[in-house]
Design a protein around this ligand. Structure first.
Ligand SMILES: C[S@@+](CC[C@H](N)C(=O)[O-])C[C@H]1O[C@@H](n2cnc3c(N)ncnc32)[C@H](O)[C@@H]1O
Length: 451
């Protein structure tokens, strides 16, 4: 296990919800006249398991009865969409973000910005995302992402954004997203509306292992920059690249893993579904002077055995050098973008042999890195990986359960693959989660690369 460099204040992104109801561990709840308000039935937690509330909630105004606690800012109690544990200070996020959190708790209420009430569907403020980064000069920056239910009064948040910037020198970015309904969320971004910059810049800059990365409010970045550096060290070691190697970084996000590998590779090709993330990856390559890495948009769920990576990637007219590869499993599809591809993808492993192989132009793949979302890899993608021509696959995962499933499937295929190492990296102290780096080596007959 690679230990986390620090157990506290490590988390660079937290999202706190605004709401109107407090979750309390004590049931039945007794109104002690401190302004908590409400009735026993509404405030009990229904026996649901959850962490104890740390200390009493801060003094509050008196609100009308009926289960409404007024203005609450905090984290959802486990399994509760409607009740929050008030949080004034979160020990796993940096102090710079905590100062902003405490300020917002009182200031938003003073400004009469109503918290969103999930039960009635009324109110304005839904959540605030606080992202913290430290640049190469050691300057701490905080990005504040205010998320509201609507924008009926345009410019309503502009004075608050200006006040945040004036009061907190670390706040260099305040952006606004509208999330009209709970289904507007997803994919690390918010579909309801684009990020609107209310103050400062759209991005903040994080330094990791001598590189710097721009992060916008909703782009993916590893949760802890300190642990990310150790994770990337492990990935570089695991990939074990030579100067003539091409490494393909699948699910590349903003390109951080690919860029960390660029110094030890001949070429890096990154593929990612989200076009904005690909744009960030290209900017990150440019700002770090990395010239041997290219990033492209592609939907990896479309990959099936017998297809070339080139079939699902939009090269935008500038593909990397392609080699002709014998694609096992029935061939079909055209290289160079857009083609359908074929192959009896669901055929059992024994039928995956090369008899029906067709020569296809594809990216040279010496080592492939995959870093999928928690759901892991689609079985078709695992089958494709088994025959992609790489000698090594580095599987980075934030969900060991899906990783185990995918590794077992990969190992059941011809040519034969073997898991040779698995290293947990403590990316999430105080939680049961770990990031893991698995290394799979091709031990069977290698897929033919013809030139
Ligand atoms: C766990 S993140 C990894 C990001 C990146 N490797 C890093 O370390 O910052 C998973 C990434 O997979 C991308 N993704 C999800 N589904 C995808 C798909 N079908 N095709 C390509 N990329 C996908 C997400 O947008 C996200 O950026």
């Amino acid at each position: 296990m690679v230990r986390a460099p620090g157990l506290w204040a490590y988390r660079n992104k937290m999202e706190f919800s605004f709401g109107t109801r407090i979750w309390r561990a004590d049931k039945p709840y007794v109104d002690k006249g401190d302004g908590g308000g409400g009735d026993a039935a509404d405030h009990g937690n229904g026996g649901a398991p959850g962490p104890p509330v740390s200390g009493p909630p801060p003094p509050r105004k008196v609100y009308p009865p009926g289960g409404n606690d007024g203005f609450v800012l905090g984290l959802h109690a486990p399994g509760r969409y409607d009740k929050l544990v008030p949080v004034d200070r979160c020990l796993i996020q940096p102090d710079a973000a905590n100062e902003v959190l405490a300020f917002l708790r009182t200031r938003c209420e003073e400004l009469l910005l109503e918290p969103f009430d999930v039960k009635t569907g009324t109110g304005y403020l839904r959540a605030v995302g606080l992202r913290t980064a430290t640049d190469a000069a050691g300057v701490v920056q905080v990005s504040v992402n205010l998320i509201t239910a609507d924008d009926e009064v345009p410019g309503r948040l502009v004075p608050l954004a200006a006040e945040l910037g004036a009061r907190f020198p670390a706040v260099t970015s305040v952006v606004h997203n509208i999330q009209a309904s709970s289904s507007d969320r997803g994919g690390g971004g918010r579909r309801g509306a684009p990020e609107v910059v209310l103050y400062g810049r759209r991005t903040i800059v994080q330094a990791v292992r001598g590189l710097t990365f721009e992060m916008s409010a909703n782009s993916f970045f590893q949760t802890s920059a300190g642990s990310a550096a150790l994770l990337y060290d492990r990935i570089v070691e695991a990939a074990d690249l030579g100067p003539a190697d091409t490494v393909v970084d699948l699910f590349t996000g903003t390109g951080t893993i690919g860029l960390a590998l660029a110094a030890s590779a001949g070429r890096v090709v990154g593929v990612e579904l989200v076009a904005d993330a690909v744009a960030d990856a290209r900017r990150n390559a440019e700002r770090n002077g990395v010239t041997n890495a290219a990033f492209y948009v592609g939907d990896l769920t479309a990959l099936k055995g017998g297809m070339a990576l080139a079939d699902v990637v939009d090269w935008e007219g500038a593909p990397p050098p392609l080699v002709t590869r014998r694609a096992a499993g029935g061939g079909g599809g055209s290289a160079g973008g857009g083609g359908g591809g074929g192959g009896d993808d669901d055929a059992p492993a024994a039928a995956d042999g090369g008899d029906a192989a067709a020569a296809k132009a594809d990216v040279q793949m010496d080592v492939v890195v995959v870093d999928p979302p928690r759901a892991g890899l689609h079985p078709k993608l695992v089958r494709w990986l088994a025959r992609c021509g790489a000698r090594r696959v580095v599987y980075v995962s934030c969900n060991a359960a899906t990783q185990v499933r995918d590794v077992a499937l990969l190992q059941s295929h011809e040519p034969r693959w073997q898991l040779t190492s698995l290293t947990p990296v403590d990316m999430f102290p105080h939680t049961p989660h770990v990031e893991t780096v698995g290394v799979l080596e091709l031990v069977g007959e290698s897929a033919a690369v013809e030139g």
